[in-house]
Design a protein around this ligand. Sequence first.
Ligand code: ARG
Ligand code: ZN
Length: 485
Amino acid sequence: MRGTRHRLRMGAGLLVTGALALSGCDSAAPEAAPSPSASPTPSRAFTAGADGVGDPYFPTYGNGGYDVGQYTVKVRYDPAKDELTGTTTVRATATADLSTFNLDLAGLTVSAVTVDGAPATHSRKRNELVIKPASGLINGNGFVAEITYAGKPKPLKNETLGEGGFVHTTDGAIALGQPESASTWFPVNDHPSDKATYDFEVTVPDGLTAISNGVPGGKASTGGWTTWKWSEKSPMASYLSTLVIGKFRITTATHKGRPVYNAVTTTVAKGNADASIAQTVKVADYLESVFGPYPFAAYGGVVISDSRISYALETQSRPVYAASFFRQGVDTEVVAHELAHQWFGDSVALAKWEDIWLNEGFATYAEWLWAEHTKAYTAKAAFDIRYAQVPAQVWKTPPGKPGAEQLFSESVYQRGGMTLHALRVAVGDKAFFEIVKTWAAEKRDSTATTAEFVALAERVSGKQLDALFDAWLYGTKKPAAPKRL
Ligand code: ARG
Ligand code: ZN
């Protein structure tokens, strides 16, 4: 069956509004915390921010008590020494009265922290950086934390899901991973529910290129080092950040007024990989006709080759692809998959990891739509063959509640895609495509849940769909064949 090769897309596989409004702001320094004795009643109780956002699958990911609006990440990486030095500025808003707050940082050594310009105390507990500002942070106020750090970056190990984060490669480095990666190279509130905008400045030895998300801001060289700037002005989930350092064949263009920046590692010969990602804007334009406006200010793709990374990832505005996808020929299915994530996964991001089918089911279905558009096969044929032939395990694993270990399982991808086809059959083409476009438009630059999708599908179609979604997303038996409601 077509597509099994891409089972997991493996090569041969908030409140953001409030935060954004305050971000980059004058960030009025919070008033000094009133001392309890002098304060008017009731006195403020400053407490420690939580060390996790409480994700049902990954309770320690992210942190509580604040909402980040913007990160400025300035790092220097020396591949010869495998050494990273950095300063990251975090502009955030307190969502509680905080005596301390945490950022996620894996490995690396922190040398200094300031909050609103004043030195702050810092300590480490495993992959948590605990910051105690000179005075408490008041709920609703903006604050700016600046963290200076250095060390040898190391990826995070995850036994079932694989490594995530910074790896040293033959010609540079790659920072990539899902569900976590960012904390291996900068301090971060590492959970998709806290989206933020990002500026990156990455300094590498002359002769190497450093690629990241969003709009390229040019490069400048001095004293043997080149600084590359990148800017992602649409809110982004932290795991969608990437950094790829090395030697590349780079192609640039402008499309619909936006920069296109494609790169293929020179460690693979020029050929299918280059030809595949050259189709990026063509595929994006097709998807735009189905999903509504492309959500970001830049286009692109990066092809890497490292034995430890066998997947592709929808890093925002510029997906990263393992070269193995293109070994047998031009592959635009994987390009369609990663670009579909720009709408579903990136612009409309997860509030909790349990809802991963909202990313992978949509991206899988987009592959079928793209295949139908290119006359390779129809979406109906893709559904039918899977309905008849997927392994029994797919029917036992509910894609709407797969469990942390099954986050990237076949059920999430294939049954997730089949769920959307079942919805399409039930409500008809007109309502189905209106549902998909409305979802992308209403949740743009935001986060969303499965319950919200079900409610929206019922609202737009005017049909009661709980039985359909219960069977397809939460059942542990093969659902009945879909029919028009
Ligand atoms: N979201 C990626 C994609 O389907 C797959 C990531 C796989 N991640 C992993 N840890 N194996 O495009
Ligand atoms: Zn995917």
